[in-house]
Write a protein that binds this ligand. Structure first.
Ligand code: HEC
Length: 153
């Protein structure tokens, strides 16, 4: 009978409508939670990646750079890199660029495979992040460019 069907249809439509309302309310409630946790997760992932890069950079630095720049970046016959003055003058992107290209005409070779060196761009990033990690407590080294020179009186 038609009336019978209408009642059935009504209650079914109501049920679906309520299901929709409940679902929408769940989305609305969940969204701020998502907004709250998602950036944290991203920041944590970035932090983790940087820590990982620095660990890789540390071993690349020991193998490739320490012989000239010193185990702790104190400089031997190449500039000290662990120097407040040097690090204040260079952001990490500049370190990446310099290590990639090298300094033509000096002992500082180009390290990037793009310029005939041995390191991939990911490895250059790693070693640059490692040098950059000294930034926070880099010692005062105004003579960083000539670490072997006698200090002027
Ligand atoms: C054979 C020696 C040698 C090795 C190995 C070497 N460097 Fe150098 N590096 C130099 C010299 C010399 C300079 C200075 C070039 C100049 O006169 O401008 C220099 C300059 C730099 C500078 C710029 C410093 C400044 O104050 O302008 C950075 C950064 C640097 N090197 C990073 C590295 C990193 C990272 C590695 C390892 C991947 C490395 N170097 C390996 C000799 C070396």
């Amino acid at each position: 009978m038609p009336e019978h069907t209408d009642v059935d249809l009504d209650s079914s439509t109501n049920r679906w409508m309520w299901a929709g309302v409940v679902l929408m309310a769940l989305y609305v409630l969940a969204f701020p939670l998502y907004r709250f946790y998602e950036p944290n997760a991203r920041a944590e992932a970035r932090q983790l990646q940087e820590t990982h890069l620095q660990a890789e950079g540390k071993s690349l630095y020991a193998d490739g750079c320490a012989s000239c720049h010193g185990v702790d970046g104190e400089g031997i016959d190449a500039p000290a890199l662990n120097s407040k003055q040097f690090l204040d003058s260079a952001v990490v992107d500049q370190i990446i660029a310099l290590v990639s290209h090298g300094v033509p005409g000096t002992a500082m070779a180009a390290w990037s495979v793009d310029f005939g060196g041995p390191l991939t761009s990911e490895q250059i990033r790693a070693v640059a992040f490692y040098v950059d990690s000294w930034r926070e407590d880099a010692p005062d080294r105004p003579d960083w460019l000539e670490p072997g020179a006698e200090p002027t009186p």
